[in-house]
Each structure stands twice: as structure tokens, then as C-alpha cells.
Design a protein around this ligand. Structure first.
Ligand SMILES: [Zn+2]
Length: 80
């Protein structure tokens, strides 16, 4: 079971095109609603990336456990 999660969004505030939401809300000028929304989007994407990483890790563990179970069955069949 292999999959790859890909999430990319390119957004800029028309009034503050140099604002980078990765730097946090401290850079939001004059309470700009667009920059604030970009910060919300950045936080949501960060959460999605973490969840995707967790899912990939869980899938890798599941594959490892399945392979381990197969090996045990094979070695038990060889002994019997
Ligand atoms: Zn802005």
C-alpha cells in the first residue's frame, strides 16, 4: 500500500505581495484580512502535512508488521 500526499497552494495578498505567512501573524500589516486568511491557510496546510506524515508513518509500520507476520507464518510452516 503506497501512496503519496501532495499539497501545494500559491497565494499572495494583492496589497502585501511580500508577506510570507510562514513567518506568522506578526507580519500582518494593519489587520489585513487577506494576510490574516493566508495565515489561517498556512496553519491548515501545516496540519494537513503533519497528518499526511503520520499516515505515511502508520502505513510503513503496518507494512512492516504484515511482512513480519508473513515471515513468522513461513518459519512456522517450515518447522511443522
Ligand atoms: Zn495583506
Amino acid at each position: 500500500m503506497a501512496y503519496k500526499a501532495c499539497l501545494k497552494v500559491h497565494c499572495k495578498c494583492p496589497r502585501h505581495p511580500r508577506f510570507n505567512p510562514e513567518h506568522g501573524r506578526g507580519g500582518v500589516k494593519a489587520g489585513c484580512a487577506v494576510c490574516d486568511a493566508l495565515c489561517d491557510l498556512e496553519a491548515a496546510m501545516r496540519t494537513a502535512r503533519l497528518r499526511a506524515a503520520d499516515a505515511e508513518q502508520a502505513a510503513a509500520v503496518q507494512v512492516k508488521l504484515l511482512e513480519e507476520g508473513r515471515r513468522r507464518k513461513l518459519s512456522a510452516a517450515c518447522v511443522a
